[in-house]
Design a protein. Structure first.
Lengths: 249, 249
């Protein structure tokens, strides 16, 4: 591979991440895509092989790519890079795009932070170069740090979305459309573009408004799981903002 | 008051909600604002008195407005309208704007859903009229339903924001700026404009990926509260999406 040549990239997998990687790279690189089971049509001279399959399937796919001289990288947040070298890969790396991917919702690729890891500087440099083809935010980090970022993203995205689902279910009981919460959700997300979430916090738990909290807990009496979630998160908020913190600081 | 005259509105309180109500109404009504302790400058001929103070202080303020012929309404999500009549108010009502208010962050008032309650149709009609001066979404509902909407908004806004705070704290331990999560948070909020949160759900718990969940739980070993939140929300997600649901449906 020459520095000024177009990179040859093979994407293995057909999930949502693979779909969006193909879209993101389609003008900037020579692309092929192969199914993880058969690897049908996989060239043996790609510069980079991106394994974009479920975490449990990474090692199995990697073990069938050991003979290849190209870089072999996975896209997983939680899988350590060592899984690839343990499977016999010669030049392992990681290219982890931090985003929630679904086929139906278009993405601004330039906004997606990408975290890179490589077995040596050459591998990391090349992965950094291909990530920078579409992302404005490419950072190198260790497997451990990447795993922590992934955990943070589960809190920030998956759990958040689930709270909205719980709210949706709660409103459905009174035949109130979920749509009434959308302006609030928009504003909640807009706020933290300007202030940190710690500063942006509002609500009864932040105010230590025990009466409202008690009333809400009463209302969840028929739903023990929701009651538990309400109590636990309210306690966590209250403890983050001690009642007298304004006075004692 | 004639139907075609400008309404006289008095706002009692100086918090974030009062601040934004004054801004929302400033061109459409004759406004005055009075402090809740002294009620200094409060006219006795307003069509509507809006009590916008902390929930615990509503009854006390209301009891000093009993002699007034105008409508007296509070803006609380959780306080029943009966608190006003029990305090002796003659024409009680509620005008509850569903939004998270802070002084620093500007709002598109037309987007804020408002929930109205009145002791009779006349009161409800007038409150509906003043809410419609700025909001495109005005709905009547009972005190019980409003309380449920408030609970849903705590889940959707306060708890969501707190999860972002927890993510911020987690990343801070590895000196990673919270900003890397912002594109993900933007996309998480953008998704539910198009699909319901129940459909939009992604993540290890949705996939029943017990290995990743176990790894994340290990990482939270030093933070028992976070571990509890992670386990509880992951279980709630897993139970919402049974492993074989695709096959059994």
């Amino acid at each position: 591979m020459l520095d000024d040549s177009r990179l040859k990239i093979s994407v293995i997998g057909s999930g949502n991440v693979a779909f969006h990687l193909m879209k993101a790279w389609h003008t900037a690189a020579d692309l092929t895509q192969a199914p993880p089971r058969t690897l049908q049509g996989l060239p043996d001279d790609s510069d980079i092989y991106i394994i974009s399959v479920s975490d449990n399937a990474i090692a199995g796919v990697a073990s069938r790519l050991c003979h290849l001289p190209g870089i072999v990288a996975h896209t997983s947040g939680t899988t350590p890079m060592s899984v690839l070298s343990e499977a016999g890969v010669q030049r392992p790396g990681v290219l982890y795009p931090l985003q929630t991917f679904s086929r139906e919702v278009p993405l601004d690729y330039s906004e997606i932070p990408v975290f890179i890891e490589g077995c040596d500087d050459g591998v990391a440099d090349t992965l950094q170069r291909v990530a920078a083809m579409w992302s404005g935010s490419v950072t190198r980090c260790s497997s451990d740090t990447r795993c922590k970022i992934h955990l943070a993203s589960v809190l920030a995205c998956n759990f958040t979305n689930h709270l909205w689902t719980l709210a949706e279910q709660l409103l459905a009981g009174d035949a109130i459309p979920f749509g009434i919460l959308k302006p609030l959700i928009r504003q909640t997300a807009a706020k933290i573009e300007r202030v940190s979430p710690q500063e942006a916090q509002t609500g009864p738990a932040r105010r230590h408004d025990t009466r409202t909290i008690a009333r809400h807990l009463e209302m969840t009496a028929g739903n023990p799981r929701l009651k538990q979630i309400y109590a636990l998160l309210s306690q966590s908020i209250s403890d983050t903002y001690p009642e007298n913190s304004a006075n004692t600081l």
